[in-house]
Design a protein around this ligand. Sequence first.
Ligand SMILES: Cc1cc2nc3c(=O)[nH]c(=O)nc-3n(C[C@H](O)[C@H](O)[C@H](O)COP(=O)(O)O)c2cc1C
Length: 205
Amino acid sequence: MKNALAWRYATQKYDPTKKISTEDMQEILEAINSAPTSYGLQPFRLIHVKSPELRQQLRAAAFDQSPVTDASDLIVFTVNRNMENRHLDTYMQRIVEVREVERERLNRFQENIVGVLSNLSSEELIAWNTKQAYIGLGFGLVMAATLGIDSTPMEGFQKEKYDEILGLTDDHAVLVLTFGYRSEEDHTQHHKKVRKTLDQLVTIK
Ligand SMILES: Cc1cc2nc3c(=O)[nH]c(=O)nc-3n(C[C@H](O)[C@H](O)[C@H](O)COP(=O)(O)O)c2cc1C
């Protein structure tokens, strides 16, 4: 694991001829899906963009960053703009299915969540949902590295344009994550990793 984390880097240039297997991609998606979230709500969804035409448009709205078209796979994380009851109902229904509990037993839990989230403005809710999406991003990055797959997390794109291109109305694009295999010509793979020393990171009290 330690080696995998040292090996990964935010890949700048992919080899477009190398594709990820369906099994590996499945594992990465499962890892993102297994990330913890506040209340377990998972208030984000993933769009696995496979259309080359769409990817071309998305690249133009991402300052022409080549991973958007050249990586094997591209995922856009989207979050709910509003926490409507139907989202909570879907979640409660899923708990009923998986844990085989009675729906009524979850009413209190649902009311608690509504109590906290209904005070948030749409902007605040998007920010709260986006924090949850970042945890998924982290899990995806780590799983990819352990499988020997390269990745690039990206915030550098025009989010409203992404919504338009992907036809999103209730949802809002917040993050992009690409996966594939590095090009030999990507010089950034040879750059030394810059991180704080642990003394700079950790305070002991
Ligand atoms: C949330 C997030 C957004 C990022 N957005 C971009 C981006 O739009 N384009 C890019 O080339 N790198 C992007 N990066 C990569 C960072 O620049 C990179 O992770 C950081 O410099 C550390 O380098 P390393 O990941 O190669 O170790 C992003 C990273 C994160 C975590």
